[in-house]
Design a protein around this ligand. Structure first.
Ligand SMILES: Nc1ncnc2c1ncn2[C@@H]1O[C@H](COP(=O)(O)OP(=O)(O)OP(=O)(O)O)[C@@H](O)[C@H]1O
Ligand SMILES: [Mg+2]
Length: 270
């Protein structure tokens, strides 16, 4: 067996770069944006790593690399210690099962024409998991895991609230029993009144299921609330990294201090 050591990160980036071709350049002299500019990063099962930074700092580009949606320009991306670009079909499917994603806006992330049941069945069908009866039982289990009523199965996403739609997206992300969830601003598009509930759900789930999570937000207070470790990104680089307490109590970087000084999150406002 070539089982990875438990200490091997599930996902690891080494000196990773992603360059985007920006609008405004000419055909012969394109303008290049270094969205990710030399990042070392890792996440293991059972830990939550927060990524925080201002708009345009490269957070979503990093998230897209971690879920395999964005090809790096340079550097190394490892899945359980193996280079992702050299994985064969079987290992790629394993990667797809192990790493899953929750995006910012559940309204666009979920197919509006499918019932919630079909949305939750879809990843199970695509990966050929279980019999039809077992898959339907799994859908029931997923709904209760994320605190949705069983009756939600029969309706389409537009028939439930925004907070419930994000619960559907989370249930779908959990369908294949992933080890790592990449959550890119999962509460930013939600009503302030339901943000805390969705954050608490993510916190409960990661404990209950031993999940690893990469939690991305522009709001440092939200990141602190869920993260064991925090990476502060600025212009495509990690400029500060440490435990939540280290980053909050002794931020060494001016930019981090600026993020800390920004208007307090509504979550924590009293
Ligand atoms: N597909 C693309 N083509 C060209 N430039 C891009 C592309 N995607 C992102 N960029 C640029 O790369 C930089 C990083 O963008 P990214 O979306 O990763 O930032 P972000 O931290 O997620 O921002 P936000 O908080 O607004 O979501 C920005 O300058 C952005 O304009
Ligand atoms: Mg983003």
């Amino acid at each position: 067996m070539n089982q990875a050591q438990p200490s091997t990160p599930v996902l690891e980036l080494r000196d990773l770069e992603v360059h985007h071709r920006a609008r405004g350049g000419s055909l012969f002299r394109p303008t290049i944006v270094k969205a990710v500019d030399g990042v070392d990063f890792s996440v293991r099962r059972g830990e939550t790593v927060g990524i925080v930074g201002e708009s345009g700092s490269g957070k979503s580009t990093l998230a897209n690399v971690l879920v395999g949606l964005q090809e790096p320009t340079a550097g190394t991306f490892l899945f359980r210690g193996r280079a992702v670009k050299r994985l064969d079909g079987r290992a790629r499917r394993e990667f797809g099962r192990t790493v899953s994603v929750v995006f910012q806006d559940p309204a666009t992330a979920l197919n509006p024409r499918m019932t919630i049941q079909d949305i939750l069945l879809d990843p199970l069908v695509v990966h050929g998991i279980g019999t039809e009866a077992a898959r339907l039982a799994r859908v029931k289990e997923l709904l209760s895991l994320v605190g949705l009523p069983q009756s939600a199965a029969e309706v389409t996403p537009s028939n439930v609230s925004g907070g419930q739609r994000q619960r559907v997206a989370i249930a779908r992300a959990l369908a294949l029993e992933p080890e790592i969830i990449i959550a890119d601003e999962p509460t930013s598009a939600l009503d302030v009144s339901v943000r805390a509930q969705v954050l608490n759900l993510l916190n409960d789930l990661k404990r209950q299921l031993g999940l690893g999570m990469v939690f991305i937000s522009h709001d440092i207070q939200t990141v602190r609330y869920v993260s064991d470790r925090i990476c502060v990104v600025y212009k495509g680089r990690i400029v500060e990294e440490g435990s939540a307490a280290e980053v909050f109590d002794s931020a060494t970087n001016d930019y981090t201090r600026k993020l800390l000084g920004a208007a307090p999150s509504l979550l924590h406002a009293s």
